[in-house]
Design a protein around this ligand. Sequence first.
Ligand SMILES: Nc1nc2c(c(=O)[nH]1)N[C@H]1C(S)=C(S)[C@@H](COP(=O)(O)OP(=O)(O)OC[C@H]3O[C@@H](n4cnc5c(=O)[nH]c(N)nc54)[C@H](O)[C@@H]3O)O[C@H]1N2
Ligand SMILES: Nc1nc2c(c(=O)[nH]1)N[C@H]1C(S)=C(S)[C@@H](COP(=O)(O)OP(=O)(O)OC[C@H]3O[C@@H](n4cnc5c(=O)[nH]c(N)nc54)[C@H](O)[C@@H]3O)O[C@H]1N2
Ligand code: SF4
Ligand SMILES: [Mo]
Length: 726
Amino acid sequence: MRRREFLKLTALLGSVGALPGLLGGCSAPPLPGTGEVGTTRTVCNICFWQCAATLSTEYGKPWKVEGNPEDPHCNGRLCTRGTGGIASYSDPDRLRQPLIRVSRNGKQSFVPVTWHKAFEVIAGRMQDIAGQHGSDRFALFSHGDGGRHFRLLLQAYGSHAYAHPSFAQCRGPRETAFGLTFGEGVGSPDRTDMANSRCIVLIGSHIGENLHNSQVQTLMQALDRGATLITVDPRFSVPASKSKHWLPIKPGTDTALLLAWMNVLVNEQLYDRDYVAQNCSGFEELARHVQPYNPEGAYLETGLEPEQIRETARAMARAAPATLVHPGRHVTWYGDDTQRCRAIAILNALLGSWGRPGGFYRQEKVDLPEFPAPKPEPDHDWMDTVQADYPLVATGISNVLIDRSVGPDAFFKGWFIYATNLITTIPGIRKQMEQAAESLELIVVVDTMPAEITGYADVVLPECTYLERHDELRNKAERTPTLALRSPAFTPRHDSKPAWWIAKGLAGHLGLESYFPWQDYREVLDWQLRQVGSSLEEMERVGVKSFPRKTPVYFEPGKAVKFNTPSGRIELYSKHLAGAGHDPLPKYTPPERPPEGFFHLNYGRAAAHTFGRTINNPLLFELMPENTVWVHPAAAATLGVRSGEYVRLENPEGTQSNRIRVRVTQRIRPDSVFMVHGFGHTDPRQRLAHGAGADDTALMHNVRIDPVMGGTGMRASFVTLVREEV
Ligand SMILES: Nc1nc2c(c(=O)[nH]1)N[C@H]1C(S)=C(S)[C@@H](COP(=O)(O)OP(=O)(O)OC[C@H]3O[C@@H](n4cnc5c(=O)[nH]c(N)nc54)[C@H](O)[C@@H]3O)O[C@H]1N2
Ligand SMILES: Nc1nc2c(c(=O)[nH]1)N[C@H]1C(S)=C(S)[C@@H](COP(=O)(O)OP(=O)(O)OC[C@H]3O[C@@H](n4cnc5c(=O)[nH]c(N)nc54)[C@H](O)[C@@H]3O)O[C@H]1N2
Ligand code: SF4
Ligand SMILES: [Mo]
């Protein structure tokens, strides 16, 4: 028998009893002090922008959630998803109690247990692993606020390895590239100064469908002021529709365009000579390097007219330094992503926009002391042990940690997974997941929903939603330093608990309680707030508090800047890259083209959903119950498919998707198809999401790993459409 059969938790279906209605049918009593109409300060958790919000209840039941007007992150407005987030609380399919995997008569199933029992099982196996293999053999995968508690727990136990999918499957190449060039990354929220830009260039960054709240607002402000918008996208995206120039580039050829733009700026002497002379190193090498990359050559690769390339380069130069070449966010595309992001960073340096109004501002956060508690120190650097192939990377690479978890001799023996659905998040790991599930000795999943990843767990721990818990204070480096408080509007439903409670409880069973020297997380919050002249009581009233900046928002004109790079300057030519055996200046590598009859598989976001985590949310499901596959009319005619009909997508290896409806549209190039990521859930316990639409991840057969930072390039796969038999 297999060590770990994939369990869909269906074994439990019979035992949960009657399910309450979608909204308002909750049985949890309101917190003491809640009157007929109550309000609670919170921070949205439907995505990672973390807008501060106010939740209103009526007779203790959820009523509405609105943006906090004091929050510069949202200016009093939430996006579609944030507004619908309220239904995550009353979702009838939530996880309800801890579950452990048991094997009886050769059959595996999950059984509900008490928290005490779940902790006993986890702690027992963790102690066994520490005894047999060493206590550094656990990897933590997390995405979101509560992850910090499990990070502390595992560090106290002896395991420091961690990874977030928001690095190697998302922003990693950009952070690495900007770090190599400017000595610091872009950060989150992205330090883009769009409110003051006169020209904005979006390269596959579909702000407006990608709904990061204040970015959408500042983009709209810039357009209202008459800023020039240039959008480079093979698809006629929402921002493309608002652009002066839409460049419908051939997929995967952006670096050719970026180098041609630099060629024009250098050869027409349009770059910011003073800024480059004062701040940059390696200009001569760059100027020589870009000579072969002229717009005529770029035309052959990108399909974009040479004149359009020249005209857009000149438009950028005219508005500089208030020109923002947006660094993008989800940038793990074709495997050469760090180099493409380097090209974007260098282009911004030539335009003089880093540290200048309308380009990139300097971020600052609140100087918030940590609660006094022992800090576990590692006795060796785990990165040297497990991801030595990527010496330029100072954070965990999820796919590398998974590589190091497969097989009996694998380094990692246990996984802790907090709020990330690895199965649908990391293309190409399904087979490895199966193998890792065989060799790992313990997998713990902390989630709010029966996501696919829970099917691999030995122990599933139900967290309560963000509306039922405290989390750490929001303290992000941004333009105005602010703190924001997430406090619970309801007591947790069922037997779900907050992350801090779970981590502390487990620490108790492992003899590690000294690392959590407080009873309730409120103590930590109040202590921290008092160090900066506030209090929990004040934050419960106001929700968000702004603090004065200590440093200027932009570089001071005429003042020398010291950058955190080997040369102390902006490195157009990167010594770090050269030293590690990579190209010190970005080169263009042509992408693979689809085989006959296949299309580039393009994917992205839609306003109603965040990845796969909101599909089962009753309100958001109603807004968008399935995804569609966008097909160009010429391709549709060849394939003989019509709008509205169901097809299946098939990759060259023969993997087929769930059925998905066709949308025939001129908004996509004939060589590509497009779908929204996050659909096609396979777990029947998510009763709305199950089987609704198709999953892009399972179709990605050609994952391209970035040689510089190890990230998962997801855009090199191909699909064709297979008509459903009628
Ligand atoms: N194919 C493909 N893959 C992608 C992407 C893509 O576009 N296409 N996008 C990539 C990007 S940009 C990113 S950032 C990553 C995102 O990757 P993930 O963060 O893994 O995304 P989700 O699939 O939404 O999984 C989130 C999980 O967290 C759970 N969850 C939600 N809220 C809570 C909570 O409050 N507490 C707990 N404990 N659990 C919670 C959800 O139920 C769900 O199981 O995916 C990357 N992977
Ligand atoms: N509503 C909503 N908003 C979100 C999220 C969400 O789940 N839902 N997730 C958030 C997260 S974590 C992230 S990282 C961001 C991601 O959002 P972004 O960083 O803006 O976008 P991506 O998903 O990488 O890119 C999708 C766009 O790239 C285009 N594209 C595809 N191939 C190419 C190519 O070869 N070249 C060029 N130039 N363009 C190409 C697609 O047509 C599409 O318009 O969104 C954030 N905002
Ligand atoms: S952008 Fe939308 S989903 Fe994300 S935190 Fe803000 S309101 Fe919530
Ligand atoms: Mo992301």
